[in-house]
Design a protein around this ligand. Structure first.
Ligand code: ADP
Ligand code: LRH
Length: 479
């Protein structure tokens, strides 16, 4: 048919995919053409990403993409590659779960001042924010580096030869000024780097460039350009939220749970800082006022420890559904869960530390994780509403966690308001919709969301129980 197609490259921390989309009859039709695993690679100097391997998979996906008008790339936030003066990559990018920032982040904040830092960058304190990764960097690479490229921008550079920094992802680095949306030279210098390392900013919808000849040769694509999308995966996911009313909250669930609100302006108050909220930039000048919650990573790492895979999830989840409710909950925002390793042992320890019974079976452990995530969603969303003075009457839960009925139901039960689940591929959806708009095929955010809603009829979970047992469970969490 004649409708133009678009290709979304969506790199998640646990898997990547290439998804094609086209608008037909006011709906977005999508087709996944390639999917591949992703994860941390332990090397002697720490945890890394296999960036070249990811690029090879991107090319493999694009080879199956037909003839898209454009390609848009998004990925997880904060991580970066460094290029030398000739454009060569200086080493494999570090993984944000690498331990090198552990103490540096806190001492940076102590020196700079937590309130001062937040008033400038508006970003949640997470030890792996780019600003702290740079402050923790040792070795020669940073000395000879000329350009820092965030992961989607690095892929964009390898596709087109063009460098730049897409705004939504730049806003996660801690190096962007929260008010004027420009790089902050002072913050770069405080992190020990030359501000010239940070390339020119570009916004979602802008053309990045045309595919380089070796990419054309490898993929067979001619006449395809690369378009900047909300290159932070969470920014694209929020575009893909099928909200039809203004008073919506969202939880983007995958490796992480990102729970918050879309606002017209940042909340830079002392209360927001103490509650550790972030003001990341969304598409069309919006602000994503949210908190990062250790999400289904908790479950992913349990599976890995148990020698299981996501194929085992359906039976584990069935067991969790039968397990005793709210026996024990842990604080899903505790940084003790950040690093890879024996997750069941760490969860057991967290239960002991709070005087709760240790989950005795795998089913009980999975139940504990899902209930803990639901409680964390509730806590973050209620605080977000309070800190921003907004009402919330529906929660959209999107991403891989939308496949998890228990997680959706528990979130509705804990909050006492309906959860509307899906799309699972909200990120690819948002990525594709911004490309379609760049090609002149769609309008404002509300219209993009209307298309998302028509394309993926979501599943509604009404609260089944009173919130009272959840109110009580919350008292088992420290703080
Ligand atoms: P990311 O983008 O961070 O890599 P995804 O959005 O792809 O994450 O979501 C991954 C999560 O989706 C997994 O951690 C898993 O818990 C969940 N998931 C995958 N398949 C299923 C399934 N069949 N049932 C329930 N949950 C699933
Ligand atoms: C989710 C995500 C999240 C970030 C984290 C590093 O994939 O982008 O928004 O904070 O990864």
């Amino acid at each position: 048919t004649a409708e133009p197609t678009f290709a979304a490259v969506d790199l998640g921390a646990s898997s990547g995919r290439v998804v094609l989309g086209r608008l037909a009859g006011g709906r977005l039709e999508t087709r996944e053409v390639h999917r591949f695993a992703n994860g941390p690679v332990p090397l002697p100097d720490g945890l890394h990403w296999d960036a070249l391997g990811l690029f090879r998979e991107v090319l493999a996906g694009l080879r199956r993409a037909g003839r898209p008008v454009s390609v848009g790339v998004d990925s997880w936030a904060v991580d970066y590659g460094l290029l030398d003066a000739s454009g060569s990559l200086l080493g494999e990018p570090f993984h944000y779960r690498d331990a090198r920032t552990d103490t540096v982040a806190e001492s940076f904040v102590d020196t700079f001042g937590a309130a001062e830092l937040f008033s400038r960058n508006g970003v949640q304190f997470l030890p792996f924010n780019t600003i702290f990764q740079l402050a923790a960097s040792k070795g020669a690479a940073l000395e000879v580096a000329e350009t820092l490229l965030l992961i989607p921008d690095l892929i964009g550079y390898w596709l087109t030869g063009q460098v730049g920094a897409e705004l939504t992802n730049a806003s996660t680095t801690g190096l962007l000024d929260a008010r004027d949306h420009e790089w902050s030279p002072e913050l770069a210098r405080a992190a020990g780097v030359d501000p010239a390392l940070l390339p020119a900013l570009r916004g979602p919808g802008e053309v990045v460039g045309e595919l380089l000849p070796p990419v054309v040769a490898e993929t067979g694509l001619t006449g395809t350009s690369v378009v900047a999308v909300g290159s932070h995966d969470t920014a694209s996911a929020v575009v893909g939220v099928p909200a039809r009313t203004p008073n919506f909250a969202y939880v983007c669930t995958g490796t992480w749970s990102l729970a918050g609100l879309e606002l017209p302006a940042p909340v830079l108050t002392e209360e927001a800082r103490r509650a550790n909220f972030t003001n990341e930039l969304g598409v069309d000048g919006t602000v994503r006022f949210l908190r990062n919650i250790t999400g289904l990573w908790l479950l992913q790492e349990c599976l890995r420890t148990w020698g299981l895979t996501s194929d085992d999830l359906p039976s584990l989840l069935a067991g969790a559904a039968r397990a005793e409710p709210l026996r024990a909950v842990v604080d899903a925002e505790d940084t003790r869960f950040l690093a890879p390793g024996d997750m069941p042992a760490r969860i057991a320890q967290a239960c002991r530390d709070t005087g709760q019974p240790v989950p005795a079976t795998r089913a009980a452990m999975v139940r504990c994780i899902l209930e803990s995530l639901a409680l964390a969603h509730r806590r973050a969303l209620r605080e977000a509403a309070e800190l921003s003075g907004r009402d919330v009457d529906v929660v959209h839960l999107v991403g891989g966690g939308a496949r998890n009925e228990l997680l959706c139901q528990f979130t509705a039960d804990a909050l006492g308001i309906p959860v509307v689940a899906g799309p699972v591929e909200a990120t690819a959806t948002g990525n594709l919709l911004v490309q379609a708009r760049s090609a002149g095929l769609a309008g404002d955010l509300a219209e993009l969301r209307e298309i998302a809603a028509r394309s993926h009829p979501p599943t509604r979970y009404a609260p089944r129980t009173s919130t009272a047992p959840w109110d009580r469970a919350l008292r088992n969490l420290p703080g």
